[in-house]
Design a protein around this ligand. Structure first.
Ligand SMILES: C[S@@+](CC[C@H](N)C(=O)[O-])C[C@H]1O[C@@H](n2cnc3c(N)ncnc32)[C@H](O)[C@@H]1O
Length: 369
């Protein structure tokens, strides 16, 4: 049967239709099937199987660890069946992290680098794909169109042609908690603003035609197309002004090129909020000495070091935020010809790339005098 994928046997995957519906994973192309023993098999989209919470008792970390262990076991058993010897070197070559986009898995460079995996070819990649619960990988597959479900929003896109950042999930969750029901917005995170923050209207500008196509499709899937106006092209050339209560400037490492257009877009009479993303670089910190004379002293100093480090990081972010606020004030004056005041409402820490490069978001309130 050509069912995309199905879940039938408890206890591993016993879900109600309502639960699957609420997660947006029921595959409506197929009908449910009733079996002679009274159980019912519900069709789900194959690509989301790996993301379903199949083992609610395990934490996310434990789940990744368990997949990593299974990946090692699968590689080991294939290798041994071919008469090869397992080694620590090979074990280190098995990745412990990866990104799942529906039924496609992305591994970083620097893993599976050993020539032996290449020699095993598709047999090895099939074992990897099966272990991770995906149907295919780019190494075997012929389609790069994927479905990714993030906080109940369904994103369908061509992963080979569009960029999707799953690392922004904490920021998407924060946006989901906003109430934008009387607001017009523009910028990043169109779908979370429309679906969860229930924005009255969102303007979305994108220069990649494939991403525009995907956005149109996803707006329809979420049933929010009527609250979105899309523009294809360079957002710096956008012929719009004086319409937004909120502008999301999500481009990193810096969104600075978009600041003038964002200032032009803010409502002239009431102003609004700019969410300015930036990778802020903090100075290198002095690491604690390798050997310390007494354990309790070492422990004490590491806590102190840690809190000092956080304080220094916060000072760097605050200094960056103050500079940015001043810069935005100048831009607003130049663009509108009148004075504005800005207020740093919040600085959100999104992600640490290295201990010294930190992705932050400044929520800057801008009001005309
Ligand atoms: C980092 S990706 C973000 C993708 C997605 N919004 C997400 O959060 O996962 C940045 C997106 O902005 C688009 N982009 C970058 N600069 C642009 C510009 N000047 N005008 C229009 N679109 C732009 C890129 O094509 C890309 O789709």
């Amino acid at each position: 049967c050509d069912w995309a994928c199905c879940i039938s046997s408890p206890p591993r995957g016993c879900f109600s239709r309502k639960y699957l519906q609420s997660q947006g994973v029921l595959d409506h192309k197929y009908c449910a099937q009733k079996h002679s023993d009274g159980t019912v098999t519900l069709p789900v989209v194959a690509s989301v199987l790996a993301q379903l919470d199949l083992a609610p008792t395990l934490s996310e970390k434990e789940k990744v660890q368990s997949f990593h262990k299974r990946l090692i076991e699968a590689a080991q058993s294939l290798l041994v069946s071919k008469g090869e010897t397992w080694s620590e070197d090979l074990e280190r070559d098995i990745p412990s992290r990866w990104q799942c986009h529906g039924d496609l898995v992305l591994f970083s460079e620097g893993c599976f680098s050993h020539a032996i995996w290449k020699d095993f070819g598709s047999e090895f990649w099939t074992a990897v794909a099966l272990t991770l619960g995906v149907k295919l990988t780019m190494l075997l597959g012929d389609s790069s169109y994927v479905t990714h479900i993030d906080n109940h929003i369904r994103y369908e896109f061509d992963v080979a042609k569009c960029m999707f950042s799953s690392g922004n999930i904490t920021e998407k969750l924060r946006i989901a908690s906003f109430d934008c029901s009387v607001e017009t917005g523009i910028g990043y995170f169109t779908l979370p603003y429309l679906v969860h923050a229930t924005a009255a209207h969102v303007h979305a500008c994108e220069w990649n035609p494939d991403a525009v196509k995907a956005l149109q499709r996803n707006l329809q899937i979420s049933g929010v197309s009527h609250r979105c106006t899309g523009y294809q092209g360079d957002n710096r050339q956008l012929p719009l002004s004086d319409l937004a209560d909120r502008v999301n400037l999500g481009l990193i490492p810096s969104s600075e090129e978009g600041w003038p257009v964002a200032c032009r877009l803010l409502k002239r009479d009431t102003g609004g909020i700019l969410h300015i993303h930036q990778n802020v670089t903090t100075p290198l910190h002095h690491e604690p000495p390798e050997h310390s004379s007494a354990i309790d002293v070492e422990k004490g100093s590491s806590i102190k070091e840690c809190s000092l480090r956080i304080q220094r990081d916060m000072q760097v972010w605050t200094a960056w935020a103050s500079d940015t606020a001043r810069h935005i004030c100048t831009l607003l004056l130049d663009i509108t010809g009148s004075k504005w005041k800005t207020n740093i409402k919040h600085i959100e820490h999104v992600k640490t790339y290295t201990p010294h490069i930190i992705h932050v978001v400044l929520d800057l309130e801008c009001k005309p005098f």
